[in-house]
Design a protein around this ligand. Sequence first.
Ligand SMILES: [Zn+2]
Length: 431
Amino acid sequence: MLSKWRAGLGLVAVVVCSCLSAPPVSPHDMDGLAEQYVRLVLALGQHDADFVDAYHGPEQWREDARRDELSLDGISIKAGLLRSTVSAGDLGRDTPVDGQRRTLLLKQLTAVQTRADLLRGKKFSFDQEARLLYDAAPPHYEAGYFESLLVELDALLPGEGSLSERRSRFRDSFVIPSERLDAVFAAAIDECRKRTIQRIPLPENERFVVEYVTDKPWSGYNWFQGNAYSLIQLNTDLPIHIDRAVDLACHEGYPGHHVFNTLLERELVQKRGWVEFSVYPLFSPMSLIAEGSANYGIPMAFSGREREDFERDVLFPLAGLDASRVDEYYQVEAVVKRLNYAGNEAARAYLDNEIDADAAVQWLQDYALMSRERAQQRLKFIEKYRSYVINYNLGKDIVREYVEAAGSDSDARWTAFEKILSTPVSASMLQ
Ligand SMILES: [Zn+2]
């Protein structure tokens, strides 16, 4: 073990000591290793504006990254060497939570190296990329799987035209009028927050602001600023349907991204001094946990028929929609949600160069029942974020399985859910 460590340090000294100011670190010095990881993430952020999703660590480290201008080659090499050093640490001496910390750091470093390699032009298949960046193996579904669900929807959406056109027409009656958007979202956020803080105590100062934006490839985004504060942006390029109010309030806010980031900051950075959690690299295993918990946060906050009841009593009237149609709407949407993995299949086939952009947009219309405009927006998302798409549905399924394994008691489920939000975990660590 020791000789391996010495060999690793020798390489560090030879290959990269001129690129980084930080000295070599012992494999047992997790805080020192974590600092080097944060510096590498910030270095990669200099090449990739999307990579550093949030950073609330020392400002000097960001300035160092700007000054050092570490190349992509250098980042890839350094990430590999740092991973060797971290893995040379004595796992047997770690407490369980220290072991979790070390295991996640290794996986995060794999992601840093993979993203740097991808930007250098190295080719990965969709599945390889998903495994290296997100620590998960996305399932494969044939068209036949989705076709059986489309038959179900065919009966629910009578009328002329293709199924995606019929769904679009059906949904036209459930668009939130733009002048009511803010009131509807505010009510949804209040409810999600109320339900979450009954289960997970949050810091007194936690807060966020909501901004409405346009011309983005996503529908909503949480930009965590540190100190329990988030900036949440909602994209109004396309009509916003009523289900998006609770979805986005839970996903971006409570108990989703805002709570996840707030708990990581409080439990791991502030209480334990684990500096690696002051940075959130977007293309990394943390994102599967973030997106999966944000999506599973919706049924955590609203169990059984609570969501339909809340929407009928509060959101539909606030939006000026016909509250007698809540059940009809959610009956259709429940089947459409099961088509969700069709988006992954489009992304895989497109990124693996098996189909072109037009065919991907058509597939999203035919199998995920998106409108043409929504499918085009989704393709832009796929081009920019690539295999990240698996984090939403596969992430949700992995989080669900973990939480449900705690039993049917709701307290036990919330305890399991909170553990995911506040300890170092990745997809394979939950399975
Ligand atoms: Zn998200």
